[in-house]
Design a protein around this ligand. Structure first.
Ligand SMILES: *[C@@H]1O[C@H](CO)[C@@H](O)[C@H](O)[C@H]1NC(C)=O
Ligand SMILES: *[C@@H]1O[C@H](CO)[C@@H](O)[C@H](O)[C@H]1NC(C)=O
Ligand SMILES: *[C@@H]1O[C@H](CO)[C@@H](O)[C@H](O)[C@H]1NC(C)=O
Length: 351
């Protein structure tokens, strides 16, 4: 009897020790990440395994952002270098809107994917019984995007402590980012039946490739709306900017005729407060690197063209000659012989 008791006691002590040790190490781990707010530190110690997924999510967002803006004047490089989980981009620009949205989408995406892989102890697959058409049923592992969104909301929104217009902008764009992940979920199905006939289907929801999310947010970036904060009964709120309308009315000599109605931005559109700098010159104040020395395309017309990228400063042309293998021939058997030829080409970089 005593023996069993003893064993049980040791077991309890052992469990307690594991709890203690793991909460101790996760608190240490979370204490070492710079720039976390108190609430973020708490979330981190509660669920350290989710933090690994969040970190993956930031990398995913960062890579996609750089891919989407490759060759543009602002190319999303260096944005998350200093501290992955804190504020980025001092100017409340359209680019900041995209950055917050893609970071938030990346986080929701990675947490959801990690849940489905079984890497986070407190989540898994979405097993709620949803309505399905008669010839199919839900099965397999459906992505639990609601958990991913919830955790991301708690974590990403926890850094928005200032109660100002920039906070509202960030919170709005964060929500667009994580919600887009849910909206772009796919339904995958597998057929069951004799020789591939689809008498019965098992279906589950899955995450699309992350580039699909990056593309969608890019469309939203182009259609982003300027907003301003107004103080209402329930505190500060964002409304579509009326500056343009007011200026037009003043120019027409209309004076202060009528206060225009306030229009809220739509839930799923990206919003920003300030016009973007032109990103042409290097400036520490705006955190821009400038475009001098960037490779550009002389024949194109897009954002990568020398015209646009070099901001009218012109470009340098470098003539490059290199030797390359050419006129290769296959000899029986088995060797390939090539000649060396000179190849000339030009490279253009912004002045
Ligand atoms: C997730 O789990 C797999 C194996 O199940 C492991 O190889 C991988 O390193 C884990 N990733 C993270 C981020 O924990
Ligand atoms: C992005 O822009 C910076 C500064 O203009 C430049 O140094 C960097 O090489 C660019 N990155 C890519 C991938 O083009
Ligand atoms: C330059 O732009 C043209 C036209 O858009 C494109 O066909 C070409 O591949 C581009 N060149 C480079 C080096 O990106």
């Amino acid at each position: 009897m005593w023996k069993i008791h003893n064993k049980l006691l040791i077991y309890i002590l052992w469990i307690m020790e594991i709890r203690l040790v793991s909460s101790f190490t996760s608190a240490m781990l979370c204490g070492r990440i710079p720039g976390l707010t108190m609430a973020q530190r708490q979330l981190c110690s509660d669920m350290p395994d989710a933090l690994i997924a969040l970190d993956e999510g930031q990398q995913l967002g960062s890579r996609e952002c750089q891919q989407q803006f490759r060759g543009h004047r602002w190319n999303c490089s260096g944005v998350w270098q200093r501290n992955v989980f804190s504020h980025v981009i001092p100017i409340a620009s359209r680019e900041a809107a995209y950055t917050y949205a893609i970071a938030s989408a990346g986080a929701a995406y990675s947490v959801t994917a990690a849940c489905a892989r079984g890497n986070i102890s407190t989540c898994g697959c979405d097993v709620r019984h949803k309505a399905a058409p008669p010839d199919w049923k839900w099965g397999g592992c459906s992505a639990d995007v609601d958990f991913g969104m919830r955790y991301t909301r708690k974590f990403m929104d926890a850094r928005e402590l200032e109660r100002d217009s920039r906070t509202l902008m960030n919170l709005h764009n964060n929500r667009v980012g994580r919600t887009i992940v849910k909206k772009l979920l796919r339904t995958d199905c597998k057929c069951h039946g004799v020789s591939g006939s689809c008498v019965m289907k098992t279906c589950w929801t899955s995450l699309p490739p992350f580039s699909v999310i990056g593309d969608k947010l890019m469309q939203k970036y182009h259609k982003a709306k300027t907003v301003q904060a107004v103080r209402g009964k329930r505190g500060l709120r964002l409304v579509l900017s009326r500056k343009k309308h007011a200026a037009a009315a003043a120019a027409a000599g209309a004076g202060v005729a009528q206060k225009p109605a306030l229009v809220w931005p739509k839930r799923m559109e990206l919003v920003y407060l300030e016009a973007s700098p032109n990103y042409c010159e290097r400036s520490i104040q705006t955190g821009t690197l400038g475009t001098a020395g960037r490779p550009c395309n002389r024949s194109g017309h897009g954002p990568q063209s020398c015209d646009l990228l070099c901001c009218g400063r012109g470009h340098n042309t470098q003539h490059i000659r290199r030797k390359q293998q050419c006129r290769c021939q296959f000899h029986w058997c088995c060797s390939v012989e090539c000649e060396l030829c000179d190849e000339n080409y030009e490279e253009f970089t912004c002045k």
